[in-house]
Design a protein around this ligand. Structure first.
Ligand code: 13P
Ligand code: SF4
Length: 383
């Protein structure tokens, strides 16, 4: 049986779909974006809260938000940073919904994790719903191969997908440890079901582990049997979920070719959520932390075309005036959901906390949290 994706069309601020990674409303009155005192208000509220609040900022957040982050990082680092601050009663997560869920799972029961705008979801995470993944697993069971398939989910998935994976002996991975997670998974079983980003799964298997493109099949949750034959499902090493990032999926091989022609000696540096042909044509591939470190270590005067979210690329350009840093693709925009977190939402969140009100708390139910933690702990324990 195949479940159709059922995502209601919600106008921001008008309606709620708590089951979705995107499109939920914001209660309360936001300060106007034009308020000239927003920076001073955020500073004052953060000072008033002192050690009670710990602000995490993902690298794709806007500068206006990042300036108030106590730590910045990729999703792997932020998950560990959240777990390392058991003394802070409020964790304000400037990132997207699945990251805040992971922080809630990894922090203490008395700590409250807050997402400044509940509409900050992730379109990739929405591409794998719990029912769809259960249907897929039923298909693998009917084929008699489920006991040799190890599920691996990218951090960019909802808590119930992580719990699904934890219940079945799998692991969570991020873009900085995907190879280690897959090495571990292939020690536990013979095949991997990789959720929900087909590109990270394919790129890691093919570029880092020596598998061929023919070892990978793409499971489409909207087609019977995932759109695959029984033999394709049985013989694949990597069963890749048909999901992708709406930002990284747009970088093209034409952009790589064009920049190489235009800028002699340019280094092309991309995130592994990009398509295989783009990653194959690039000089360097890695997570956001990797991209930042690569730029830090680069020679003055060197040229870098970067394929990742625009807020980070702009920040890198500003931080390295001695290097020629450019955005790889002309037509790619910011991640619209990451960008939902802005200064008005942060001020509203911090000022609410000062008043003793806890807005937009992200709570993962106990059973889901337990099994998601199993898969997350397995990730944190990877060699
Ligand atoms: P990382 O932060 O793990 O590199 O992931 C990138 C991303 O798309 C987060 O949404
Ligand atoms: Fe999701 Fe891509 Fe945005 Fe990251 S950049 S939050 S994967 S849509």
């Amino acid at each position: 049986m195949t479940t159709q994706i059922d995502l209601p069309l919600l106008f921001l601020g008008q309606g709620t779909d708590p089951a979705s990674e995107r499109g939920v409303d914001c209660p309360g009155d936001l300060p106007a974006a034009s308020d000239p005192d927003l920076v001073a208000r955020a500073k004052a509220a953060k000072e008033a809260l002192g050690g009670k609040v710990f602000v995490l900022g993902h690298h794709y957040q806007r500068d206006e938000v990042i300036q108030f982050a106590d730590v910045t990082g990729d999703s792997f680092k932020l998950a560990k940073d959240a777990a390392a601050r058991p003394d802070a009663p409020y964790i304000v997560f400037c990132g997207v919904h699945f990251m805040a869920e992971s922080a809630d799972i990894l922090t203490g029961a008395d700590q409250k994790v807050i997402l400044p705008d509940l509409a900050a979801g992730c379109s990739m995470a929405d591409m794998a719903t719990f029912n769809q993944v259960e249907d897929c697993w039923d298909t693998l069971e009917d084929l008699g191969i489920a006991d040799r398939v190890v599920p691996v989910t990218y951090m960019n998935s909802s808590a119930d997908i992580k719990a699904f994976v934890g219940r079945r002996g799998g692991v969570v991975c991020t873009s900085s440890n995907a190879k280690r997670a897959l090495d571990w998974a292939f020690e536990q079983g013979e095949q991997v079901l990789f959720l929900p980003d087909q590109h990270l799964g394919r790129n890691t298997a093919v570029l880092e582990m020596g598998y061929g493109l023919e070892d990978c099949v793409v499971y489409n949750p909207n087609r019977p049997n995932g759109g695959l034959t029984d033999d394709q499902l049985k013989n694949a090493k990597m069963i890749l979920w048909k999901g992708h990032c709406s930002v990284h999926g747009r970088f093209s091989i034409d952009a790589v070719n064009e920049v190489r022609e235009r800028v002699p000696g340019v280094n092309v540096l991309v995130h592994p959520e990009c398509r295989n042909e783009v990653v194959t044509a690039a000089d360097h591939v890695g997570s956001t932390e990797y991209i930042i470190k690569k730029l830090d270590a680069a020679e003055p005067g060197s040229s870098w075309a970067i394929g990742t979210e625009l807020n980070l690329v702009q920040r890198l350009k500003n931080a390295h005036p001695d290097k020629n840093v450019m955005f790889l693709e002309k037509t790619v925009c910011f991640c619209s959901t990451m960008n939902r977190i802005d200064l008005p939402h942060l001020v509203w969140t911090l000022e609410s906390l000062v008043r003793g009100e806890v807005p937009n708390q992200i709570v993962v139910d106990e059973d889901t949290a337990h099994y998601a933690r199993v898969a997350l702990d397995q990730m944190l324990a990877l060699p």
